[in-house]
Design a protein around this ligand. Structure first.
Ligand code: ZN
Length: 324
């Protein structure tokens, strides 16, 4: 744990079996507020308590938790904290809508996903996929949100004054928080120093997450920021430079996808099998990793389709793409 600027402390919550290794939780000390938590493990809770105790604080000193987005590595630990003390959970109002949608689509989630795999040209995987039906039938964990905030809202928290920026892309409900006075940005997973945030899309959803993401990058690029406090990896300083790198990355990926289509790839799985992946080659990915990679490819394909850089058609239930 360390103090980044006066009254803002960075806490490390460990994450096993995840290459990121840890999530950062940020404490606004005089407001008894945490920004994000970590995954739901005893080790995570112990780490949080141990770091708070070095400041002479305990779990019961936490009054409020603001979430950047509803992925388990950021919100999972909230339940365990709430078993020990009452906290107010704050998120963007979009988070409530996203949870409502999860609930509404849960009943058909298995069928929707099965149809999507077929539409993406992955019918070879359907037999394997059908073994996971029970996972999709389980009730989904729900975050109890006590207070919602809106884009542009200013939050007064102790001596801190934070402006809320809705930054959809990595997650539709993603929130960044800017402290103009201290020139810091809590960037969640929107802007990370080295890895590129996972931007995915699904055939059963509306929208254009990659388009949203690039717009969200633009929104934060020129903020007066000296220090970026991300959800993972490490603190960094050149926000505008990192935004440009991320834009370049996605444009390169779009170029690669168009080249793949020109080379004869047609379906989402075809394209995914020939573009380059940072983690490991396509052939060595497990099925669920392949599905995540395909969802990332699909986000790029829809982005390109919406900008008329490629054409999409459906043949026998399979989506086929062709470079314009
Ligand atoms: Zn994360």
């Amino acid at each position: 744990m360390r103090e980044i600027v006066e009254g803002v402390h960075q806490l490390e919550i460990p994450m096993r079996r995840n290459p990121l290794g840890k999530t950062y939780s940020y404490l606004l000390r005089d407001a008894g507020t945490l920004i994000d938590t970590g995954i739901p493990t005893k080790k995570g809770l112990d780490a949080l308590e141990a770091q708070l105790s070095t400041l002479g604080l305990g779990i019961s000193d936490i009054e409020k938790i603001i979430v950047t987005h509803m992925h388990t590595d950021h919100v999972g630990l909230i339940d365990r904290i709430q078993e020990k003390t009452a906290v107010t959970v704050v998120a963007l109002e979009e988070a409530v809508k996203v949870q409502r949608q999860w609930e509404e689509t849960r009943e058909t989630a298995f069928e929707d996903t099965r149809d999507e795999i077929a539409a993406w040209g992955g019918s070879d995987f359907l037999k394997l996929f059908s073994q996971y039906e029970h996972v999709f039938r389980r009730p989904r964990w729900k975050l109890e949100i006590d207070e919602t905030i809106t884009d542009g809202e200013c939050l007064r928290l102790g001596s801190h004054s934070l402006e809320a920026f809705w930054t959809p892309g990595h997650a539709r409900e993603h929130l960044c928080l800017h402290d103009a006075e201290k020139e810091i940005l809590f960037s969640g997973d929107h802007v990370l120093p080295k890895i590129t945030s996972h931007i995915s899309h699904h055939a059963y959803l509306e929208g254009d997450p990659l388009g949203d993401y690039l717009e969200s990058l633009d929104r934060v690029r020129d903020l007066p920021v000296k220090t970026v406090l991300p959800g993972h990896e490490w603190i960094f300083h050149d926000l505008a430079g990192r935004v440009s790198e991320l834009e370049d990355h996605h444009e390169r990926r779009c170029g690669e996808i168009i080249a793949a289509l020109k080379g004869g790839a047609r379906t989402v799985f075809d394209v995914s099998s020939v573009v380059s992946w940072d983690s490991r080659p396509w052939d060595r990915m497990a099925f669920w990793t392949k599905r995540m990679a395909a969802a990332e490819t699909y986000a790029h394909l829809i982005y390109l389709r919406n900008r008329e850089r490629l054409a999409e058609r459906r043949r026998d239930g399979v989506l086929e793409f062709e470079a314009a």
